[in-house]
Structures are given as C-alpha cells and as structure tokens.
Design a binder for this molecule. Structure first.
Ligand code: BGP
Length: 475
C-alpha cells in the first residue's frame, strides 16, 4: 500500500508569472506580458479588449513578476531543500523565438533554460516542461491572428523541435498546452485570439482549438521521434461538474459542462472527435475546417499521459434556477451550499479531487498527473517576518489525503503531484501579487514595492516532511 516509490512530488509554475526580465537577452513580447493588473484584465484575457502593447495607464505584472530570471539558482536550491523530485515549469516562447516566426532560435534564451535545467539536475529534480503555458508571441498575433490561423502549427512545431533537440539530455516529460480548455474562457490568454466585431466567437475558438489539438498531436509524434524516452501529456483545467440538484435539468447541464471540458482530452487521449462534439459543432454550424490528414494524425498520436489542474469542483444549475454564483478557476458556476470557500471565493472540495481522479481515470485509463493544486491566500508575515500558513497546510493535507485514497482505494494510476506554486508568483486570473500560493514567501507587495527576498513559510517544512515520507506523514 502507499504511493509508488518514485511518485513525483513537486511544484509547478509558469514562465510569465514568475520570470520577469521580459526585455532581457533578446526576448520578444508575448500575449501574457500585455495582460494588465486591475479591472481591465478580464476583458483583455477574454479577447474583448484588444491590447497588443503596453500603455502608460496600466501596470503589467509580468514585467518583473518575482524575478525568477535572476533568482532561479536560489529558488531551485529551495525546491531542492524541500526534496522536490519534479519541478513543473514553462518556457517563454519569446525567449526562444522573439517574434515567433524566425527560423533561427535566440541562443541567449536557450542558454537560460539550459542553466535552469542544470540547476535542477544538481538537486536531482526532474523538470516537467509545459511548452506553452498561456504563451503566444505578439509577433504571431499581429501577423497571423494567433491560433485562429493554421500556420501556428508550423511555428509551434519549430519551437518543439528546438526544445526536444536542445534539451534531450535534460527533459523527458513534456506538456503540450497548459489548460487547453481555457481557450473557451480566456481566448486571448490561451490562444492569442482577439475578436473582430460581429464574428462568431465560438467558431473562432473551436477553429483555434482544432489547430492546438493538431499541434499537440504532432508534438507527440516529434517528441517520440527525437527521443523515444520522451513522454508527452495533455493538460486541462479539471474539476467535476456537480448538478445543483437532482432535477434532471440540472444533471443534464452538469453533463454538458463536463463534456465541454472533456472534449479536449477526448481528442488528445482517445485520438478522435467524440460524437457529441461532432453533432453539436455541426448543428451550430461551427465545425472547424480540417485537412484530409487531420483525422489520421489525431488517431495515430494520442498523448502518453493526462495531466490536469484541480482547484475546485463546479456546481451547475439549469438556466433560470436562480442559484447564487461562485467564483472559480477562470470561470464562475453555481454556489455549492455544502462547501467552504477561499478568500477569492473559490470552493474548497478535497473529495472533489478524488471524484475527478476517478472520473478521468475511468474515462481514459491512462496514467494521470495532478500538475496544479493549491490555495491562493493573503499571507501576512508576523512581527518576526514569519508566515504561519496553517490554512494552506490544511488545504493541501486534505487534498493529498483524497488523492491517496484515489490511488490506494480506487486504483487510480497516478504519476505525481505538483502544487501550484512552490514560490509566490503573480496570479494568472487577477494579476495580483497578494494572492499567494507558495511555500516560500516573496517580499513583493501589490504596489510593486519589496526586496524580492525569499523566506520559508511554515508550509515549507511541512511539505518537505510530506515528500520525505512519500506522503505518509501529513502532519
Ligand atoms: C491556472 C493556471 C495557472 C495558475 C492557476 C491559479 O489556471 O494554469 O497559471 O495561475 O490557475 O489561478 P490564479 O493565478 O488565477 O489564482
């Protein structure tokens, strides 16, 4: 009993939320750099307000973030001290191809990640690399319209080839797109899409999704060809949809919500568009344009494993139910009266993780990997500068318990667990700094002040012990 010996414990981050240094060493500008903090962020990430450069009025948190670009040695040493076996991180596409459509990569960018991987190796930490974590060069948005254009597949594969070849000795675990289903909710952030007046937004989103799905399948093919040891996973924002009541109309809406999210995994893991998706896309007149070889490519190159983020379950009511709304990871749902909520109004539902693990495993029977789970909270250091984040420990403990039950009692095949995010960073949804997730506190305030110094929180020592005991001692 217990988790497998080589269970991959660790934590996860994304380039644009931690690196900063966005004007250094030839890096180009990306969609995620121009998403401002504050009230306009929501419209920008949704593609409703077009922002392709920075202006004077807004603050752009990605510019400095928590300056991992200059702190990575210290940061990785801290991860090493916690005993991390894996560090999930992402590549900033524009460090490698500043505009996106160059034929030659930027050596300085390649060198940076090589240094990061070397540092990981020093501590026996295996990198798990997200090729695109909400990341699209502005050059590709201006010239091609982002993922709405099929040419993106070629540019993405150029990035993949560069990464798979250059980092052959360092990386064997890859994720093709972070939270691929978020394209439906945050299309600018997820796929560099800006909408034009009067166009059918769903048609654009599903066309772009098709291009990402094709690019993802071709990345699997390429990864295996370049190094047979490579394993590529898909990644989606998970969290099962519960019906608000047992009224069949609520159950039906919940099922539709699950299908909307599973659609992406159905294609990436099973290798074909499921019948429900084909019918609905066809009936709505928004079936993506496909090339004759697409079907075969999808079928031949499914992913090796399935990864997901889990923050909360969702509760779904039929239209007109009058249920209260609750926040959640990038989209709202009905308020589940049986759950507690985080300071940001996200439901807290550890058993929901076990439910999700079971549902996803039942559906695909492929190895799973939880690559994000954590609590965003305001942390206030005491007079000695210590952060006692017992609330974070409680959240993680309960989720790890649920995860272990799914493995030990339900037989789910789980490769690992990486928390979001081991070192405080910028929030993707809100752009805030004060929404912290880390085991390590970063001295940076909402208004940008601070020394960027790193300090261990109580959860640091707790998680170290969890890893040491392979999840047996949860404190
Ligand atoms: C997911 C993203 C992450 C991360 C996380 C927490 O959607 O993959 O990038 O940020 O959510 O969300 P937030 O930062 O909005 O609290």
């Amino acid at each position: 009993m217990g988790l497998q010996e080589n269970f991959m414990w660790g934590g996860a981050s994304a380039a644009n939320q931690c690196e900063g240094g966005i004007f250094e060493d030839g890096r180009g500008l990306a969609n995620v750099d121009v998403c401002p903090a504050g009230k306009d962020r929501e419209d920008v990430i949704a593609g409703r307000r077009i922002m392709l450069e920075m202006d004077e009025e807004h603050v752009y948190p990605a510019v400095e973030a928590v300056d991992f670009y200059h702190h990575f040695r210290e940061d990785i040493r801290l991860l090493g001290e916690m005993g991390f076996r894996v560090y999930r991180m992402s590549i900033a596409w524009t460090r490698i191809f500043p505009e996106g459509d160059e034929t030659e990569p930027n050596e300085a960018g390649l060198r940076f990640y090589e240094e990061v991987f070397r540092e990981c190796k020093k501590y026996g930490i295996e990198p798990l690399v997200t090729i695109s974590h909400f990341d699209c060069p502005i050059g590709l948005i201006r010239k091609y319209g982002g993922w709405r254009n099929r040419k993106m597949i070629e540019f993405y594969l150029r990035l993949c080839e560069t990464l798979f070849t250059r980092y052959r000795d360092y990386v064997t675990h890859w994720l093709n797109f972070n939270e691929i289903n978020m394209i439906l909710h945050a299309p600018f952030m997820g796929a560099g899409i800006c909408f034009e007046e009067g166009e059918n937004e769903d048609a654009v989103k599903y066309q772009a999704a098709h291009h990402e799905l094709m690019a993802g399948a071709l990345a699997v093919k390429m990864a295996h060809e370049i190094n047979p040891a490579n394993k590529v996973g898909c990644m989606f924002a998970a969290g099962s949809a519960y019906p608000y009541t047992c009224r069949p109309e609520d159950v039906w809406e919940a099922l539709l919500t699950d299908q909307e999210n599973y659609f992406f995994v159905d294609v990436q893991a099973r290798g074909y568009y499921p019948p429900y998706a084909l019918k609905r896309l066809e009936n709505k007149g928004i079936m993506p344009q496909m090339e004759s070889e697409d079907e075969e490519i999808l079928r031949k190159y499914p992913v090796d494993f399935i990864s997901f983020s889990y923050y909360n379950s969702r509760c779904i009511a039929a239209p007109g139910t009058g249920s209260e709304e609750a926040e959640g990871n990038l989209f709202k749902s009905a308020k589940n009266p049986y759950l507690k909520f985080s300071e940001w109004g996200w439901p807290i539902d550890p058993l929901g993780l076990r439910i999700t693990l079971n549902q996803v495993y039942d559906r695909y029977q492929k190895p799973l990997f939880i690559v994000e789970n954590g609590l965003g909270a305001v942390d206030t250091p005491d007079e000695n500068g210590v952060v006692n984040d017992g609330y974070r420990i409680d959240y993680l403990r309960e989720h790890i318990r649920a995860m272990k039950a799914a493995v030990e009692e339900d037989g789910v095949d789980l490769m690992g667990y990486t928390t979001w995010a081991p070192i405080d960073l910028i929030s993707a949804g809100s752009g805030e700094m004060r929404k912290r997730y880390g085991f390590v506190y970063v001295d940076k305030q909402e208004d940008g002040r601070g020394t960027l110094a790193r300090r261990k929180k109580s959860s640091f020592y707790w998680y170290k012990r969890v890893i040491e005991t392979n999840g047996e001692d949860l404190g």
